[in-house]
Design a protein around this ligand. Structure first.
Ligand code: HXC
Length: 515
């Protein structure tokens, strides 16, 4: 090697070392002391070992004469690597450099990697740890955010977009994660809010901590902003890897297929999970675990809207999106939050070719002034729209109650399920037997000697006559009544039969889902 090349390589090595040092030793030590990893450590944990390829590490502000003069560089590390062997594009904000704040060049780096992800048809994962818009750059910083948001919308439904919040994510900056498909948070590390505690207090008088206002638990359980919560950064990044194992790289692919595995336990156990008494609670996951490969369900929004369950599983190695009512909470009624949870999940699955398997046990939409005033009509409509719009294979299994509009919403045949199965315990009806009897026999009950006894009798009659799956079967709205033990093989057969399903929709710019 000649001396000149030697010198150039030394210069390159020196630049690289400098870049890798982030905002300098002191800031990196502070970052670690606050329990956080560095931007590059996080990428190393996220990606397959040694697979990260960084680009744009030399991006720097310059004074206009072409010579970069910022000694530190931009507070975001960008590039690509692999997760389970498949390409993933990523960025990781570096809080040690100007607090990870977003200015023009910072945004340009993120936009470049998003554009590459789009062209390559590969997921994009963004690790957020930032003080928000770089104050010194003024409106340029706001415009820079706009560029990112526009790309979030453009990439939506084309490649999976994942946000990991591992530090502050404040002000308008929260809207990039909010535009992505899934947001991950980690305990103690994530802080996500529009206005911090100080401004909140000044504006409303409410005295709250960062944690209460926008910590991991708040967003995972109250606001629904976060879809996944982990106890630590490491576990959070491992969860991202797990999620990606269920997803195709883009909307033109199907999800990866794995080796099938049987669920734990014996199929006979399904006979005892659902109580025959319609008012008894149970955990619907007891059913899901017994029909999914290995009993594994990766729940989305596990701590939010607990009256519904949504998540990814596999059946005979093929990925499915599972949705279920949860009778253990609010008797499984659909409320505003459950509507948002289900509708968004259904739309994600539909965008990325993931068949939908829905388990129904729903007494109705949740009654009450609060729900009506907050717009259960507007929100509940999202479920109907999402299922009706979805063109992926749709299979429904009615376990027990399927009443009224909530039955129609939950992947009924009417709104487009390809296959509707029912257990013998199913009751498909306009409403519950007691409510129906009270309305149908109002007059008789008013004049009865013993109204309670009459109501009980009329309720029993109604139940015998209508509260079973056979009336719906006779009308073709349920395709078959099955032995609960056959649930898994019947779904697997149907998924195979529907694997090449094609369903046309009229050409239009886009529909207008009620928001
Ligand atoms: C420039 C910033 C910055 C920012 C932090 N820094 N935020 N520099 N622009 N937005 C710098 C700090 O000056 C400091 O530099 C270093 O980063 C570390 O910040 P600290 O405050 O020391 O860290 P910490 O105590 O951990 O507090 C973190 C923080 C706080 C809570 C995020 O920095 C903060 O409140 N920052 C401002 C948040 C904010 O209001 N951002 C604008 C939001 S509006 P030195 O050199 O002193 O170490 C917004 C609009 C987006 O983002 C609009 C999109 C449409």
């Amino acid at each position: 090697m000649n001396a000149s090349m030697q010198q150039k390589l030394e210069q390159l090595a020196a630049w690289r070392t400098k870049s890798a040092a982030g905002g300098g030793e002191q800031r990196v030590t502070q970052q670690r002391a606050s329990g956080k990893g560095t931007a590059r450590q996080r990428l190393a944990s996220l990606l397959d070992p040694g697979s990260f390829q960084e680009i744009d590490s030399f991006v720097r502000q310059h004074t206009g004469n072409g010579v970069p003069d910022d000694p530190i560089g931009e507070g975001v590390v960008t590039g690509w690597g692999r997760i389970h062997g498949r390409p993933v594009f990523c960025f990781s904000q570096d809080f040690t450099i100007y607090g990870g704040s977003v200015g023009e060049l910072h945004s340009r780096k993120i936009c470049k990697i998003m554009d590459l992800a789009y062209r390559a048809g590969a997921p994009i994962v963004g690790i957020n740890d930032s003080g928000g818009a770089r104050i010194q750059e003024g409106v340029d910083a706001l415009g820079a955010y706009g560029e990112i948001f526009a790309r979030n919308a453009r990439l939506s439904g084309v490649v999976p977009q994942i946000s990991v919040i591992l530090g502050p994510c404040a002000g308008g900056a929260v809207y990039s994660p909010a535009l992505t498909d899934f947001t991950f948070v980690a305990d103690r590390v994530s802080k996500m809010f529009i206005t911090g505690p100080q401004v909140t207090k000044a504006a409303t008088g409410e005295d709250v901590t960062f944690e209460e206002l926008g910590g991991a638990e708040t967003h995972a359980s109250k606001s629904g902003v976060a879809h996944f919560r982990a106890p630590s950064e490491e576990e959070c990044l491992a969860m991202v890897r797990d999620l990606l194992s269920y997803l195709p790289s883009n909307n033109l692919e199907t999800p990866p297929v794995t080796e099938p595995s049987e669920p734990p336990g014996h199929p006979d156990e399904l006979l005892d999970v659902v109580p025959t008494s319609p008012n008894k609670a149970y955990d619907v996951r007891q059913v899901l675990w017994r029909v999914l490969d290995g009993g594994r369900l990766l729940e989305v929004h596990q701590e939010f809207a607990l009256n519904a369950v949504a998540g990814f599983g596999r059946m005979a190695g093929q990925v499915v999106g599972v949705i279920a009512n949860q009778p253990r909470v609010l008797a499984g009624c659909l409320d505003i939050d459950a509507s948002d949870k289900i509708a968004r999940f259904v739309r994600f699955c539909d965008a990325f070719n993931i068949p939908l398997v829905t388990f129904v046990d729903v007494p109705g939409f949740l009654p009450g002034v609060a729900q009506e005033h907050r717009g259960i009509i507007r929100h509940g409509a999202k479920i109907l729209y999402a299922y009706a719009e979805a063109t992926v294979p749709k299979i429904a299994v009615i376990l027990r109650k399927a009443y009224g509009g909530a039955y129609v919403a939950m992947s009924s045949r009417g709104i487009g399920a390809d296959l509707a199965l029912a257990w013998p315990t199913a009751e498909v009806a306009v409403m519950g037997p007691e409510g129906a009897a009270q309305i149908l026999y109002r007059n008789g009950l008013a004049h009865a000697e013993d109204p309670q006894a009459l109501l009980a009798e009329r309720t029993r009659e109604y139940r015998d006559r209508y509260a079973n799956p056979y009336v719906a079967c006779a009308r073709g709205m349920v395709d078959d009544v099955i032995d609960p033990r056959e649930t898994r093989p019947r779904i697997i057969h149907a998924l195979a039969a529907l694997a090449n399903k094609r369903e046309d929709r009229p050409p239009k710019k886009h529909g207008n889902i009620p928001l």
